[in-house]
Design a protein around this ligand. Structure first.
Ligand code: ATP
Ligand code: MG
Ligand code: MG
Length: 555
């Protein structure tokens, strides 16, 4: 492959290989914190790391970054595993930062003994004040020169649970004058009196992200630890920590940064997604309007479409926002190739073909997928009384209306050419029935001259007598603003779209759909792509609209 096609991270890896790093030492990891469900931004990191694993035939670990028992739960661990597997990736080892708590503690003791860490008993506010500002040096803590023995004594007692949360922290002794604020004696351990979802009440001191992350990479011998740009300034600290413990016989991990993926018309931070769940703006983490992997799956997205989206949006060095229409483009392309073509009417009006015999039923063959060879056909019953879409008829219309009017002809998909004749209305003038006549020689595929006749419009339909009733859920963007969380003066919650869910209670579908299974993908002709919702049952079919047939946003 030509070197130009490598992204900048692959170039870094190629350089390392060229400098002598053996290829069999390459190892990557995806390190989620189990404090929420994965979203489309995480998918970028998953596709990146597992993609590198595939490219270099290298192991990729799934590492749960579970160092904050206040926010983490087993439910999230399970959901994360399910979503990664669904995306089509397999991790080499399932790892937990919490499995390294003892090793991290031992290394912290090593730091204290080397006079590289100290226990600080000041308040958080005081320590923050002493840190100074990026343009003025910090003030050393009065605890900074405490003896190794005193530090060891208090640290051990912190571990034993003798102190309250907030009374002591363990800090690295680095440089209170560093221009990098993160190097001004950062915290390694804090006291958290909360049970952990895996270690229970074994620990009451927990390592901070910076202390746990790089050391976990080192324990797992991850060669390239890829994280998002906000950690760029942390790299110096990542390296400083490794300097303290690195055994030259072992591989030394390298942190490199790439841009977060943001997407328009949504929010991506787990904290904000959790707020949407807790305040019941959505039905849960897997609500089909959520940018979560589980929400997209429930909406009808395929793993292929999400991986394609990651591929086409690429890996970048600068933060940017990807238009959600690109994601929609990817699913549309995928479903166009794979979805079974069916007919369903969401806003039905009755159509009677007055010259079609009462009681007659014809089974018409409908192509399952014109985009796929050998996809076969399925049968659709046709009869005298049908439903068509209310908006597909107007008594009178201009010459640009290519649907049914009185006196004009259209084709019923895979069936006959019909002509509008008259309407039956209620006392308020609402149309109850449309009466039409069919050219009974014009049946599609019958080979007659009339079957070849070209008319302007083709409508979808269902036979009333055979139709099955279903609920259909249509979705719009969850937010009305392109970047709901980018406003300084407004909270993202102010931009919620009040009409993001439209429930059609009585849609009528062709009977073939009675056998639809979870994960089956359908194109309801002329309407869009649909899939069964997890709430669906045999008695109460529920379909989600995944996406329309073309990009109609804003039109
Ligand atoms: P959030 O703010 O949504 O909670 P996070 O970065 O705290 O995100 P983690 O669970 O720590 O969430 O993320 C796991 C991995 O996924 C990290 O390596 C992180 O950098 C990466 N990641 C998270 N969000 C994005 C994103 N929007 N784009 C690309 N990578 C991301
Ligand atoms: Mg994180
Ligand atoms: Mg986070």
């Amino acid at each position: 492959e030509a070197p130009e096609s490598l992204n900048f991270l692959e170039q870094i890896i190629e350089e390392d290989l060229a400098k002598g790093l053996p290829q069999n030492k390459l190892r990557f990891r995806f390190p989620p914190e189990p404090n929420g469900y994965l979203h489309i931004g995480h998918a970028a990191s998953i596709c990146l790391n597992f993609g590198l694993g595939e490219r270099y035939n290298a192991p990729v670990n799934l590492r749960f970054d579970d160092t904050n028992p206040a926010k983490e739960e087993q439910e999230y661990v399970d959901a994360i595993k399910r979503d990664i597997q669904w995306l089509g990736f397999n991790w080499a080892s399932e790892c937990y930062s919490s499995d390294y708590f003892q090793q991290l503690y031992d290394w912290a003791v090593h730091l204290i003994k080397n006079d590289k860490a100290y226990v600080d008993g000041q308040s958080a506010e005081t320590m923050a004040e002493q840190k100074g500002t990026p343009t003025s040096p910090g003030v050393p803590s009065p605890f900074r020169n405490q003896s190794v023995e005193e530090n060891m004594d208090i640290f051990e007692r912190m571990k034993k649970g003798e102190f309250q949360a907030g009374s002591y922290v363990l800090r690295a002794k680095i440089d209170m004058t560093s221009s990098n604020m993160l190097m001004r004696d950062p915290i390694l351990y804090r006291i958290v009196n909360r049970p952990h979802h895996r270690t229970g009440s074994e620990w009451c001191i927990y390592p901070m992200y910076d202390w746990a992350h790089g050391e976990s990479d080192y324990i797992e011998q991850v060669s390239h630890s890829l994280c998002t740009l906000e950690f760029k300034m942390h790299r110096e600290l990542y390296d400083w920590f490794l300097d303290q413990i690195h055994d030259p016989a072992l591989l030394r991990p390298k942190q490199r940064e790439f841009a977060r993926r943001n997407m328009s018309y949504t929010v991506m931070s787990k904290r904000k997604l959790l707020q949407l769940v807790q305040e019941k703006v959505v039905s849960g983490w897997d609500d089909p309007r959520m940018p979560t992997i589980s929400g997209l799956r429930r909406r009808g997205y395929t793993p292929e479409s999400i991986r394609k989206f990651s591929e086409v949006s690429g890996i970048s060095k600068r933060d940017s926002v990807t238009d959600v229409s690109l994601l929609e483009f990817c699913i549309r392309e995928d479903l166009n190739k794979t979805a079974t073509r069916v007919m369903g009417v969401l806003d039905p009006v009755k159509l009677v073909i007055t010259n079609y015999p009462e009681g007659k039923v014809e089974m018409l063959a409908m192509e399952n997928n014109p985009e796929e060879d050998n996809s076969g056909t399925h049968e659709v019953p046709f009869s005298r009384e049908l439903y068509i879409e209310r908006e597909d008829f107007k008594e009178e219309a201009g010459s640009k209306f290519f649907r049914l009017t009185i006196g004009n002809e259209v084709r019923l998909k895979s069936a006959y050419i019909i002509k509008g004749e008259s309407v039956v209305k209620d006392e308020n003038g609402n149309i109850l029935e449309i009466h039409c006549t069919a050219d009974l020689d014009s049946r599609s595929g019958s080979g007659t001259e009339a079957s070849q006749r070209r008319v302007k419009g083709t409508l979808h339909w269902v036979s009333i007598q055979h139709a099955i009733k279903a609920e259909v859920r249509e979705y719009d963007r969850l937010f009305l603003d392109e970047a709901p969380d980018a406003h300084e003066d407004k909270n993202f919650m102010e931009f919620i779209n009040p009409n993001s869910l439209n429930v059609v209670r009585e849609a009528y579908l062709e009977p073939f759909l009675a056998n639809a299974k979870m994960d089956d993908k359908f194109q309801f002709q002329r309407l869009g792509y649909f899939t069964l919702d997890k709430d669906s049952s045999d008695k109460n079919l529920i379909f989600n609209k995944t996406v329309g047939l073309r990009d109609s946003w804003g039109k």
